[in-house]
Ligand binder design. Structure first.
Ligand SMILES: Nc1ncnc2c1ncn2[C@@H]1O[C@H](COP(=O)(O)OP(=O)(O)O)[C@@H](O)[C@H]1O
Ligand SMILES: [Mg+2]
Length: 316
């Protein structure tokens, strides 16, 4: 298996998925995730994140394309590829009437680990996830955060080299989110490659060294986190003048763009003071009635990416 040592943890080529209802959830995506990476697949709801995960883990049939996990082609050797992956799905899917130790050990059993060893490994994973004390209670009685950790323990029990989590902190409170982040960082530091999907820019920013942005079934950006955030160094404001304007006003130091309704937009570096903009507006003799942020940071980024793509509809 020397090939597997140099192969990326995940290699996706031309992956497409059209659901039976005709929805083109993936329009031919490429992704490379090197071993050891902490990788974020970031995108709004409906972008195709879960579909990507589903196809990679073979829960969803692809329409076209190729997937390799550490060099193992998932079509040629599905079982081999599956052994290398641990997955934490978006939806809670634990049997509420079983006990954590049982749930996790059973999972090891699915991978052919003998029962005694399965229980040992399950115990280790539960300890790691801070659930040892809860090993014998009904899963139903666990808190939301504990259930998530139980799903992570279950995903880790067969010693996967790649851990994939689908929106691990969607809908959980900030404290649990932080605790989950710490755990994931620990798991990654221990050598496991991690891919997570999220629609929170903050989450991707806090955890991931590399981020791919998916929207409308297309990867619109795939870069290291630092370069991605550098693109957020600019903020767009929409300004409403007292009288609608017929042309973009000349403002010293800024480039204004006229909007259809006679308002205009300017881009402002985050590092600069907003007062500078106001004095420039003053200097240009423009009275502004109101001003707002054009979009939140993530939306802003998406808009920018579409603009950069020449508006040719990369983002749908
Ligand atoms: N089982 C399904 N049948 C038909 N359409 C689906 C199915 N699952 C998802 N979709 C559609 O595919 C697109 C991508 O969905 P999904 O991968 O779940 O996005 P995300 O996880 O990024 O929110 C959406 O338009 C969604 O409505
Ligand atoms: Mg999803």
């Amino acid at each position: 298996m020397t090939q597997a040592n140099v192969a990326p943890a995940l290699r996706i080529r031309g992956l497409s998925k059209t659901y039976k209802n005709g929805v083109e959830a993936l329009k031919g995506i490429d992704l490379d995730v090197p071993e050891g990476e902490f990788f974020g697949l970031l995108g709004p709801n409906g972008a195709g994140k879960s579909t990507t995960i589903g196809v990679v883990t073979s829960l969803i049939n692809r329409s076209g394309g190729a997937i390799e996990v550490f060099g193992v082609d998932t079509e040629q050797d599905l079982e081999g590829a599956k052994r290398l992956i641990g997955v934490v799905p978006q939806e809670l899917n634990i049997n509420q009437f079983e006990q954590p130790l049982q749930i996790v050990a059973q999972q090891a059993g699915y991978y052919g680990v003998p029962w005694r060893e399965a229980r040992e490994r399950a115990g280790e994973c539960l300890r790691w996830m801070g659930l040892w004390d809860k090993r014998g209670v009904m899963a139903r009685s666990l808190s939301g955060g504990m259930k998530r950790r139980l799903m992570i323990a279950r995903a880790l029990v067969h010693g996967p080299r790649l851990l994939i989590l689908d929106e691990p902190t969607a809908g959980v409170d900030i404290e649990i989110r932080r605790a989950t982040w710490d755990l994931l960082q620990e798991i990654n530091a221990a050598g496991t490659t991690i891919i997570l999907t999220t629609h929170y820019l903050e989450e991707a920013e806090a955890l991931c060294r590399r981020i791919a942005i998916i929207d409308g079934g297309c990867i619109v950006q795939d870069t290291d986190t630092r370069s991605l955030l550098a693109q957020l160094a600019i903020e767009t404001f929409v300004l409403d003048p007292h009288e609608p304007l017929a042309a973009a006003p000349p403002i010293d130091g800024y480039e204004a763009r006229l909007r259809d309704d006679g308002s205009f937009e300017v881009e402002v570096a985050r590092s600069s003071s907003i007062n500078e903009l106001f004095s420039a507006l003053d200097g240009a003799g423009i009275q502004v009635r109101s001003m707002r942020n054009k979009a939140n940071r993530l939306e802003e980024l998406f808009l920018r990416l579409v603009d950069n793509a020449g508006g040719d509809g990369v983002v749908s």
